[in-house]
Design a protein around this ligand. Structure first.
Ligand SMILES: C[S@@+](CC[C@H](N)C(=O)[O-])C[C@H]1O[C@@H](n2cnc3c(N)ncnc32)[C@H](O)[C@@H]1O
Length: 293
């Protein structure tokens, strides 16, 4: 504990502005800033500035084991990154964006052309049967952009079962951003596994954004309860013992505070959607916990 962090200036409010401000400051070699290519429950848009102002200095590699939409990963510009998530389809999709973006875009254009309620429903079934990784990725992005609120939920047989959302013109193909993401992902290793499979080493920086305690945790069939939160706290102690850095975001509950007693615990205010209406948000406290100052 007790390492010094780099202070970022507070920057603009909207996500696109944030990304462009960071791009101007820290990414002179890139012409287009990349932003998350999927909508993701628990995406870190609303506390991105808070996270960016708490990045440690001088870490050797960036690790994000609860990747989701990867808001912080895309906002940083780490030389080398190790990205992972438990979600098989999500990880396949990152790999296709990284390695086969042209064919992915061609497939997405086809989905855009065919989009209808019937096509959406058939695509949900096709997702679990498709063998070609790039076609899996195109189906996953298509369903993510057209389903209700970008939710990912599966039934007992592991089949994606979120209903179609009500969008007049869903943004199914964002070609420029997909190409920018593909470029951004060049120096990454992307894996499908649980956080317990990561092996922390000295100097590495881990950003941990698990399903929050006492909130939605149905990202995949296995769930994320008190036991997993305890294992995660143990994992963080291991990072600390090895001489790495960790920053974790989670709900502000007595259970979480107890788990991380002795570390640097700060409260931040985040806006959360409370219904499907765009402006219907409220502010809630969340915790950012680090093993450095
Ligand atoms: C809060 S979301 C991460 C959001 C992400 N930071 C963003 O900006 O979009 C949590 C993620 O953890 C993943 N997950 C759930 N249980 C997991 C586990 N045991 N190991 C690794 N990933 C897990 C979910 O699939 C989900 O993508």
């Amino acid at each position: 504990m007790g390492r010094q962090s780099k202070q970022h200036e507070p920057i603009e409010e909207t996500f696109d502005d944030v990304l462009h401000a960071i791009a101007d400051e820290n990414m002179p070699e890139k012409s287009i800033a990349a932003r998350p290519f999927v909508k993701w429950v628990g995406g870190k848009r609303s506390i991105l500035n808070e996270l960016l102002s708490r990045i440690p200095q001088g870490y050797t590699s960036y690790h994000e084991p609860f990747l989701g939409g990867g808001a912080l990963f895309f906002a940083l510009n780490s030389e080398k990154a190790y990205l992972s998530d438990i979600n098989f389809y999500l990880v396949q999709t990152y790999r296709a964006v990284k390695g086969d973006v042209d064919r992915l875009i061609t497939n997405l254009k086809l989905h855009k052309k065919n989009h209808s309620l019937e096509y959406f429903q058939k695509s949900r079934i096709r997702l679990s049967r498709e063998q070609d990784p790039t076609k899996v990725a195109a189906l996953f992005i298509y369903l993510n952009k057209t389903c209700y609120n970008g939710l990912y939920r599966v039934n007992k047989s592991g089949m994606f079962n979120v209903p179609m959302g009500k969008y007049a013109d869903p943004a199914i193909v964002d070609e420029d951003n997909l190409r920018a993401c593909s470029e951004f992902l060049k120096n990454t290793d992307i894996y499908q596994h649980t956080f317990q499979h990561c092996q922390p080493e000295k100097g590495q920086f881990y950003y941990l954004d698990p399903p929050y305690h006492e909130t939605f945790s149905g990202y995949d069939g296995s769930g994320f309860g008190d036991k997993e939160h305890e294992e995660l706290a143990q994992f963080c102690r291991n990072i600390d013992a090895k001489g790495g850095y960790f920053m974790l975001s989670n709900s502000d509950t007595p259970f979480v505070r107890e788990l991380y007693k002795g570390y640097n615990i700060e409260v931040v205010s985040a806006s959360r959607f409370v219904s499907c209406k765009v402006n219907d948000r409220n502010k809630q406290n969340e915790l950012i916990i680090r093993n450095y100052k």
